[in-house]
Design a protein around this ligand. Structure first.
Ligand code: CU
Length: 267
């Protein structure tokens, strides 16, 4: 019985590795300039974790095969040095593995979080609220008008709580339900939550960043391929979470200019 179990264990381990080794579930296409760094990191993590997983299963199977079904159990032996040595060894092994992954991934991480966007990056603000995303462009003056939470009024379509009557900077702000951007231009996306925690995730952009209420965060990225991509909320934010999404519309510069002109006339 023990030998059969060992064989089944090996078969399950190999079977679960096949879809990954054969790339049956490939990554979504990458439309960002930084995405290859993330993909390389994912590949390294998968390879390293996969090899460690298979090795652990094979060692387990070996011991089950070798030492089960014995008529004479013999003397019970313990790990040399006892449990304490084993725990210390495991902590060092797993710790150095995690540390190594961190070192491999530092370029992708630092490029996003420790490097500010370029001076010519285009600023757009996104606001997440139960259960929709809205986007705001600063308009001709290049400045986003101040937000007044008490002035937020969905019925009036004042999603950002702007006060154009008293605030000059908000008069030319353009608010949209879709994130339209030009291709090959760096975007500086300011992130604001209206209520609870949400997340901004576009898998083709390889960007996933949480919104934190009370904390305005920023991500920056450059999209390279025109097209429409789904933006989804990946933080459970309430009953309507499953339906919280918007679209990222990457356009050529000419298409973007025309789109912006139209959105501006709709305000
Ligand atoms: Cu949400």
């Amino acid at each position: 019985m023990g030998k059969l179990f060992a064989v089944v264990l090996v078969l399950i381990a190999i079977g679960s590795a096949i879809p990954i080794v054969m790339h049956w579930y490939p990554m979504a296409q990458d439309i960002s300039t930084h995405g290859h760094l993330i993909d390389d990191q994912m590949g390294e993590t998968m390879a390293e974790a996969g090899i460690a997983f298979l090795a652990a299963q094979f060692v387990l199977a070996f011991f089950v095969f070798r030492y089960s079904d014995r008529k004479d159990p013999g003397k019970i032996r313990t790990f040399p040095g006892g449990a304490r040595t084993m725990v210390v060894a495991a902590v060092l092994l797993v710790g150095s593995e995690v540390l190594a992954l961190g070192i491999f991934g530092q370029r992708a991480w630092a490029g996003q979080y420790f490097t500010p966007p370029g001076a010519d990056a285009m600023t757009i603000q996104t606001q997440a609220g139960q259960f929709a995303f809205y986007f705001r462009y600063p308009g001709a003056d290049g400045k986003l008008g101040q937000q007044h939470p008490d002035k937020i009024d969905e019925g009036n379509q004042n999603f950002f709580g702007l006060d154009p009557a008293n605030d000059v900077e908000s008069r030319d702000d353009v608010v949209t339900a879709e994130l339209g951007i030009p291709a090959n231009r760096e975007i500086r996306l300011l992130m604001h939550s209206k209520d609870v925690g949400h997340s901004f995730y576009v898998r083709e952009l390889r960007v996933q960043q949480d919104f934190v209420p009370g904390l305005d965060l920023m991500v920056h990225f450059t999209a390279t391929k025109p097209g429409r991509y789904e933006i989804v909320c990946t933080q459970l934010c309430g009953l309507g979470h499953y339906n919280m999404k918007a679209y990222l519309n990457v356009m050529t510069q000419e298409d973007f200019d025309a789109w912006m002109k139209q959105k501006t006339s709709e305000q």
